[in-house]
Design a protein around this ligand. Structure first.
Ligand code: AMP
Ligand code: MG
Length: 372
C-alpha cells in the first residue's frame, strides 16, 4: 500500500512566513498543495510539532498516512482547518461551549472532538462517529490548508511510537522514501501536541493534555474541566470504552528502556544521581534527560558525569522551554550509545501535565519517586 516514494525536501526561504500573500504564492506552497490535491502526502510545520498531511476527506489519501506512519487503524486523525467557515463541512453540530473555546483558542494548540458530517470518511476518524478538528497557529500550515482548499488530516509526522518531530530532520529520519514532500519551516515552537477536548457531552473533557493547559481551559469556561480517567490510570487497565483511542498506545519511546523519576528538588536530584551511579556500576551506558538545575547540582558537587550521555531540556522554572525540547532530547539520546535512559519529571501544573504525560509514555509507564 505505502510503496516507495521519492521524498522532496523543500526549505521555505526565511522571512517568507512574514507575509501571508507571498507565502500563498510561493512555489513551495503551490507545489505542495497540488500534490495534496492529487492525494499525496506532505509533511509541514505547525506550532506544536510537524504534521503529516493528506486530504482528510479522501479515504485513499488518508490510507497513505496510516501506511507511511505504520499507525494502527483505530487511532483517529485530527483534521486541520484554516478558517471557522471550514468547520461546516466536517462538523454536524457545534455546541455553544465548543464554539466559545474555538473563538478563544483558535488558531492554536486546541483540538475539539465533535459530531462528524458524512463528508468525513470513517478511515479518518478510526471508525468513530466523531471528528477531531483544530486550526493550527502557523503561517505555513494555514497557507497550505487554504491553498489546498480542503481540511488536512495531519497526525505527527513520525513513525508510529517514535518521539514526535519538532524539526524537518526528524521527519526525514523517520519518513524518507515514504512520503512525497517535507516542507522545512524550521523548528516548531511549542514542541508538544495539541490538547484534545471532547465536546460531545454536557461539559468538556480533556482526552489528551497538550499545548493549551487545563488551567487556561478552566479560565475560559469559568468552571472546572474534567480530565479523562485514562490520563490518571493507564488506559490499558481501565474499564469501559476507549474515548481517545490514540492514548492507549505506547508513544514517544526512545529505543533504550527509560525510567521516569518524579519528585521535587533536592530529592529528585539525589535519586537521579544515585540511579545513574548504580546503573553505571552495573555496566550500563546511562543516558539522562534532565533540567539545567540538575546539571548545576552535579557541577556544584563535582560529581563525575563524564561517562553519562546528558541532554539538557531547559530550566524547571520554564516549562515552555522544557516542552519545546523533550522530543529532540529523546531523539538525541537515541543517537547515542545509551543502553538505559533516566528522565527527570516536572510538576504537573500548566504545560507540565502534557510534559509528564509524554514522559510517562516514553518510559513505558515505568515511574519511580515521589510525585508530590
Ligand atoms: P496525533 O494525530 O498523533 O496528534 O493524535 C491524535 C490524537 O487525537 C489521538 O490521541 C487520538 O486518539 C485523538 N483523537 C482523534 N480523533 C478523535 C476522536 N474522534 N475522538 C477521540 N479522540 C480523537
Ligand atoms: Mg502522534
Amino acid at each position: 500500500m505505502s510503496g516507495t516514494r521519492e521524498t522532496r525536501i523543500w526549505k521555505l526561504p526565511p522571512g517568507l512566513s512574514g507575509s501571508k500573500e507571498s507565502l500563498r504564492n510561493s512555489a513551495e506552497i503551490l507545489g505542495a498543495a497540488e500534490v495534496l490535491q492529487r492525494g499525496g502526502l506532505v509533511a509541514f510545520p505547525t506550532e506544536t510539532v510537524y504534521g503529516l498531511g493528506a486530504n482528510g476527506l479522501d479515504a485513499h489519501a488518508v490510507a497513505g498516512i496510516f501506511a507511511a506512519k505504520g499507525r494502527p487503524a483505530d487511532n483517529p486523525l485530527i483534521l486541520h482547518i484554516a478558517t471557522l467557515a471550514d468547520l461546516d463541512q466536517v462538523v454536524a453540530r457545534l455546541p455553544a461551549q465548543a464554539a466559545h473555546l474555538a473563538h478563544i483558542f483558535w488558531p492554536g494548540p486546541l483540538t475539539l472532538v465533535l459530531p462528524k458530517t458524512e463528508n468525513v470518511p470513517m478511515i479518518t476518524t478510526g471508525g468513530l462517529g466523531t471528528v477531531a478538528v483544530r486550526m493550527p497557529d502557523h503561517p505555513v500550515a494555514l497557507a497550505l490548508i487554504e491553498v489546498t482548499g480542503v481540511p488536512l488530516a495531519a497526525p505527527s509526522a513520525n513513525t508510529s511510537g517514535r518521539p514526535s518531530p519538532t524539526e524537518a530532520a526528524h521527519v526525514a529520519a523517520d519518513l524518507l522514501g515514504k512520503i512525497d514532500i517535507i516542507l522545512d519551516g524550521g523548528s516548531t515552537g511549542i514542541g508538544v501536541e495539541s490538547t484534545v477536548v471532547d465536546c460531545t457531552g454536557a461539559s468538556p473533557v480533556i482526552l489528551r493534555p497538550g499545548g493549551v493547559s487545563k488551567e487556561a481551559l478552566e479560565q475560559a469556561i469559568g468552571g472546572t474541566v474534567e480530565v479523562a480517567p485514562h490520563l490518571i490510570a493507564a488506559e490499558e487497565f481501565s474499564e469501559g470504552p476507549v474515548r481517545s483511542p490514540g492514548m492507549k498506545y505506547n508513544h514517544y519511546a526512545p529505543k533504550a528502556p527509560a525510567l521516569l523519576v518524579e519528585g521535587q528538588p533536592p530529592d529528585i536530584f539525589e535519586q537521579l544521581t544515585s540511579l545513574a551511579v548504580e546503573l553505571q556500576a552495573e555496566g550500563e551506558i546511562v543516558g539522562l534527560m534532565v533540567s539545567q538545575e540538575m546539571v548545576r547540582y552535579w557541577q556544584e558537587r563535582a560529581i563525575d558525569t563524564g561517562k553519562w550521555q546528558i541532554m539538557c531540556m531547559g530550566s524547571r522554572r520554564n516549562l515552555e522551554e522544557i516542552a519545546a525540547n523533550i522530543y529532540r532530547g529523546l531523539r538525541d539520546l537515541d543517537n547515542t550509545n545509551a543502553t538505559r535512559i533516566l528522565l527527570e519529571g516536572v510538576p504537573t501544573s500548566g504545560l507540565g501535565l502534557a510534559i509528564m504525560n509524554r514522559l510517562t509514555k516514553a518510559a513505558g509507564h515505568r515511574v519511580v519517586g515521589d510525585g508530590n
